[in-house]
Write a protein that binds this ligand. Structure first.
Ligand code: SAH
Length: 220
């Protein structure tokens, strides 16, 4: 983490960021590493400038192209669920969006691949993550419902857009024992945050967590 340039870019908002961390703890986030990294990552750089003053509220915001930056509580919760993985060497995120969730994961795992399907968002988040100083995040422009086969298998995968049903490729690209954290459900109906654990070559188990509201995982 020390190599990141986030000191300079982020220090001005440290107090508001500290208040957000208090809020996350009140809501039940306990993982010390998750709290530590979210205290550091400058979320105001990942939202539209017009929204920057509100960027440490526990809310989602529009990021253009009909997409949103996730609510910090949900980012923290999904990160906690992913951190229960046995190993955090090689991780995939589907739905880079603003890059904020990637920035949080990038401070906690060895290597992160993140896939975005909208070219403008891909370019923006790639440039921002580079500018902040991440050396362990690889951004890709691609349809993530196919995962990212080039770097598979993964210790864990996180999707931040919701499919109606889990894309088989995401399970196939998990190591045995690996975990997939994913919101599942049709738009306009209830979505649930699921953790899928791949138990063997052909078997997996599913745990249901809280209800969530994500943008759809589009499939081309
Ligand atoms: N993790 C993001 C959340 C962004 S919202 C953040 O922290 O800001 C979800 C993102 O998933 C959007 O940017 C959307 O364009 C993207 N997305 C939707 N379907 C996708 C797909 N099939 N492959 C890759 N990205 C997808």
């Amino acid at each position: 983490m020390n190599e990141l340039n986030i000191q300079g870019v982020g220090m001005t908002s440290q107090r508001t960021r500290d208040r957000l961390i208090d809020r996350l703890q009140q809501k039940g986030i306990t993982h010390p590493d998750v709290l530590r990294i979210m205290r550091l990552v400058p979320r105001h750089l990942f939202v539209d400038e017009a929204m920057a003053t509100r960027s440490y509220e526990d809310s989602s915001f529009p990021i253009g192209h009909g997409q949103t930056i996730s609510q910090p509580y949900i980012v923290a919760r999904m990160t906690e669920l992913l951190m229960e993985s046995e190993s955090l060497e090689n991780i995939l995120e589907v739905g880079t969006g603003s890059g904020y969730q990637a920035a949080v994961l990038g401070g906690l795992v060895k290597n992160l691949h993140t896939v975005e399907v909208i070219p403008e968002l891909y370019r923006q988040s790639r440039d921002l993550l580079y500018k902040i100083g991440y050396k362990n995040i690889r951004t890709h422009l691609s349809d993530g419902s196919w995962g990212w086969a080039d770097a598979a298998p993964y210790d864990a995968i996180m999707a931040t857009a919701a499919p109606d049903a889990i894309p088989p490729a995401l399970i196939q690209q998990l190591k045995i024992g690996g975990r997939l954290v994913i919101p599942v459900g049709a738009q306009n109906s209830e979505q649930v945050l699921q953790v899928v654990t791949r138990n063997s070559e052909s078997k997996y188990s599913v745990e249901n967590h809280e209800s969530v509201a994500f943008v759809p995982l589009v499939s081309k």
